[in-house]
Design a protein. Structure first.
Length: 247
C-alpha cells in the first residue's frame, strides 16, 4: 500500500483529500503546516507528498526546499497544491525540485490523475535503478581477474590431502600447507608443481614421497567445469621429494 503525506493548514481540505485517496486504497497521513510536514516525512518516509503553497510558519516552497536538502526525503515525489498557479510561482517550484502542480480548486479525478502519474514515474525510476545495479553486479563478477581464482586449485588440493591424511600427517607438514595456502604464492617460485598440467575439469594425482608410505597418491577432482588449463609457473621445482599441484 502506497503512503501519501498531505500537508495543508486547512483542515477541511486535508480531510477531503484524505477521504478521496483512502477510497483508492492509499494510506494517508497528514500534517497541519510545513515544519510538521518535514518531521512527518523524515519519520514515515511516504511514497508521495501533496503540499499546499500558501501556509503560515513555513510555506510550500520552504517545505519543498527543506525536503530536497535532506538525503532521506530528497527523492520523494512532491506535488505542490496552489490557488495561485502563475508562471513565476510554477517556475520557482520547479527550480526547487517540485514534480508537479495541482491548481486549486481541483476535482477528485484531477487529484487521482496527478497522484497516479507521479507514483508510476517513481516506480519506473526505481526499477531502472535496480536494473542498473544488477547489471553492475554482474559486470563486476565477470571482470574478476583469472589470477584471483587460480589459487583455489592449490587450496582444494591441500584440502583433499588434509581430509584423507589428517591423522598421519606430521604437524610441520600441515603448517607448511597452511602457510602456502595463505600466501597464494604471489611472488616466490613454487616449491612444487603439478605432475602434469591438468585442466580444471580433469582429475589429477598428487604424489607424496616423503611421508609414511612413498607410494601413496591422492586424487583431486576440482568442482568447476572450465576446461581452461591451470597456468604453469616458469620455475618448476620440488621440495623434499614431494610433488604437489599448487596452481
Amino acid at each position: 500500500m502506497k503512503k501519501i503525506l498531505v500537508i495543508d493548514d486547512e483542515e477541511w481540505l486535508r480531510e477531503m483529500v484524505h477521504l478521496a485517496l483512502s477510497q483508492k486504497g492509499y494510506e494517508v497521513i497528514e500534517a497541519g503546516n510545513g515544519s510538521v510536514g518535514v518531521e512527518v516525512a523524515r519519520r514515515d518516509l511516504p511514497d508521495l507528498i501533496l503540499c499546499d503553497v500558501n501556509m503560515e510558519k513555513m510555506d510550500g516552497y520552504r517545505t519543498l526546499s527543506s525536503m530536497r536538502s535532506e538525503p532521506v526525503t530528497a527523492s520523494i515525489p512532491f506535488i505542490l497544491m496552489t490557488g495561485l498557479a502563475d508562471n513565476a510561482g510554477m517556475r520557482h517550484g520547479m527550480e526547487l525540485g517540485a514534480d508537479d502542480y495541482l491548481p486549486k480548486p481541483f476535482t477528485i479525478e484531477a487529484l487521482y490523475a496527478a497522484v497516479e502519474a507521479r507514483l508510476k514515474k517513481a516506480t519506473a525510476i526505481r526499477q531502472e535503478a535496480e536494473k542498473k545495479l544488477a547489471d553492475l553486479r554482474d559486470n563486476i563478477s565477470l571482470m574478476l581477474p583469472h589470477e584471483m581464482r587460480t589459487p583455489l586449485n592449490g587450496i582444494l588440493a591441500f584440502g583433499q590431502i588434509l581430509a584423507n591424511e589428517a591423522v598421519t600427517l606430521p604437524p610441520e607438514e600441515v603448517a607448511d600447507m597452511g602457510r602456502h595456502s595463505a600466501k597464494s604464492w604471489p611472488t616466490k617460485p613454487p616449491r612444487c608443481r603439478p605432475k602434469k598440467s591438468p585442466t580444471w575439469a580433469e582429475p589429477f594425482t598428487i604424489q607424496a614421497s616423503g611421508w609414511n608410505d612413498p607410494s601413496r597418491t591422492f586424487s583431486s577432482t576440482p568442482n568447476w567445469s572450465s576446461s581452461e588449463p591451470i597456468p604453469k609457473r616458469s620455475t618448476p621445482c620440488a621440495s623434499n621429494g614431494r610433488i604437489l599441484p599448487l596452481r
